[in-house]
Design a protein around this ligand. Sequence first.
Ligand code: PGA
Length: 279
Amino acid sequence: MKIIVANWKMNKVFDEVDEWLNDFFDAYSKNFDQLQDSEMIVCPPSILLDYVDSELMEEAFKNFEELAKVENKKIENFSEEELNQVLVEQRVLGLGAQDCHYEISGSFTGDISASMIRQVGCDYVILGHSDRRVGYSETNQIVRKKVEAAIKEKIIPIVCVGESKEVRGQGKHSDFVLNQLFESLPQHTEFAKLIVAYEPIWSIGTGVTPTEKEIYDMLRIIRTFFEKSSSSRAKELFLLYGGSITSQNSQEILSIDGVDGLLVGKASLDAKEFIKICL
Ligand code: PGA
């Protein structure tokens, strides 16, 4: 199973979302068999989360109706609980937020909490993306508190780590990323499921990707961190690579030993391109 995450960042308005979802469902049905091994997650801006959630539910209901017809079952015979369960299973796209605050509520103008994103249907949240670490001075300690808040709400964190060009130039990238991991994850925690995305800052939005060896080495270091760590463990751990992914380089990067998936920025804005990356 590979995990492919679409990070829309601050892009798209409602009619563009409709277009994206139509293209996505169309391409999904055409490539149904090949996509069975891919878990796909979309992370829209927070203002669009509720809308995307309801669209995904509607699509799931359509699938369910067809299935019920084929299996000769009557929808009215399903209990509300059964129906909810079936609809969740029929959702072909997971929903994630791009960030959340670490407090439940309070005087934090412009922020949204983990419980708020849970209520609009999010199962995932991206935390510690370099856009936020760099642009909003988010420290490892802040990221850690956000991870704790997400876990409390049973939201799966997608924790981003990655070094700048300068740090790599100094040859300190391994220590830097290990320290980010150590400080950004709560201690003495066993995560039911944890996704870590290695995104070197020098590769994000630049068209430059690391060599296969550079990706392999860093993911190996990250995996060893979890194998050896006595404080942060994950029952299910997925290591993603992110930075300048396109349908041209995705297969090559996915084939690197240790890569469990991809975090896709710009190329995910086009649903057809995103599906190509997921194949
Ligand atoms: P990019 O962004 O694919 O546009 O490089 C990746 C990211 O920032 O997650």
